[in-house]
Design a binder for this molecule. Sequence first.
Ligand code: SF4
Length: 651
Amino acid sequence: MLIEIADKSGFCFGVERAIELTEQAAEKHGEVYTLGPLIHNETVTDSLEKKGIHIAADIEQAAGKPLVIRSHGVTRKVQEQAEAVCSDCIDATCPFVKKIHKIVSEQPEGAAVIILGDEKHPEVIGIKGHARCRAFVCKDFADIKALFDSGTLSLDKDAALVIQTTFDRGRFLEYSQEIRKHYSRVTIYDTICSATSERQKNAEELAKRAELMIVVGGKHSSNTGKLAEICARHCTTVFVENAAELSKRLVKGLRSDSIIGITAGASTPAYTIREVHRTMDEIIKTNENEELDFASMLEQSFRRVYTNNRVKATVVGINKNEAVVELGTKQTGYIPLDELTNDPNATVADVVSIGDEIDAIVTKVDDSNGVIFLSKKKVDSALGMEKIAASKEANETLEGVVSAAVKGGVIVITNGTRVFIPASQTGVPRSGKLEDLVKKTVQFKVIEINEQRGRVVGSIRQANREVRDAEKAKFWESIEVGQKFEGEVRSIEDYGVFVDIGAVDGLVRTSELTWNRVSHPKDIVSIGDKITVIVKSYDPEKKRVSLSAKDPDENPWTKFVADYAVDDVIKATVVSITEFGAFAQIIPGVDGLIHISQISTERVTNIANVLAVGQEVDVKIIDIDADKNRVSLSMKALMEDAAPAEETDAE
Ligand code: SF4
């Protein structure tokens, strides 16, 4: 910050002269009185008091004592009284004021004097007191106009207009134009003191450039008050009487390149201005040091980060295209969506939430704009690569989501890392579509890693194969005879069907498909049929499983054994004929064999000459082998049973 003192400030010629005369008088007389404060500045009057310069409220108080008439001047009458009663009367009236006294006193008795100014100001009171004709004090043009409008003053008579020395020049020029326009008999005397106007001009010029103006002077000094009023139009302005009223508060919030202006009224001594200047200088330096300290402390409290640093960041904001993060730096961190994840389908909110603490890598530090750009996916990818390498080492299966189908395969995202799965390793048949895998969660094995190129190749097929192998191993460990499975017919052969029971395909021989007689498996099942099977036997070495689709609860042998016995004579239907005999169905699922020797009492050489498939015959049960589920039938036994009776009948 720069402190500038206005060129024209402080004691004017008239005040300086008055003080000098007074001090000389005090030196001469030992003490001296001034009629009222020498100047409107308590600091100065206090200082003068110490030099034996006292203030007299009126003439009587200074009777017999040396008295100084101050620069404002007094009425003629007061001056005459002072000269009469005081031991010495030192007239320190400013020559510029004296000049006005002379103007008004020279106006003829029939004329009029208009004094533009403050009727309560001692200078104005003194001027009015020197007029030998009618004198009027007007504060503005409206007051002057009122004098003419009311007939107090006549347009046809001469009048003189004088101005209080400290009156605002701008207003005076404005009023003078109107006066010349309307009141031609008014003679205008420009009695404004140049000291005042110069101070005002200098102060205004400085105030236009300054951010803060300090106006120094007595609180009752009209010219100082006027300076403060002018300065306040352009910048922050404070009105102080001395340096004791200054504080650090004044410079808070000011820019470091601010100009602080100082101006002072005509009654302000140079030493007060110097003291204000010195104090402000100290305040600024202290403030700058404090700000420096604060700035350096603040700077130190901030972390510095550099490109490629790996940092911890807290997510403080989320929008469509990026995550906003706090790093403990003075800059704000941003992670663009494409640096958050490798997954092209993910949104910012899919990846992070406000409050998340994440690891990221600094990709760019832009100090000029106060921003830092980061990448989360680079960290994830590096971490992911480590995890993937460890998984490969441990032969673990990984899981990921297929993000895209690309030329020659698919891309799976796992642990923030892209893994390429060649088409041949996807498990999708040639006739299938790789696109069908997109967005699906898959398990895969890592089959190749190139950390330099950041390339990972995986295989879904290999993972699937391992799953199946594991399932098979578990199957062989747990399989038991009699275990029931829900299976699917995978293929049909002449001798039976292969049924998928999960880990393996088991064989259901034709005879085990149903309790009933069947000539070919395709007569009762089709590929894809779901059937319930029971483990009949298994061979873990040869990986073979024999199954049966026959429900034990429906075993016709149970029914047969309960309902039939040896020597029962029953009807049976021939279902097949062989060289050694004919099979005849007793009940569905139970066939008995009529051996060729049991067909007739006579010798049978060709069964087909005797029996035909579908023929119902009367037979006798001659044997039941429950262990082998075999029933022996005989037609011959019935013939023999009948023979004696016939013989008896013949006899
Ligand atoms: Fe004289 Fe002007 Fe100072 Fe008043 S301001 S005392 S008129 S020099």
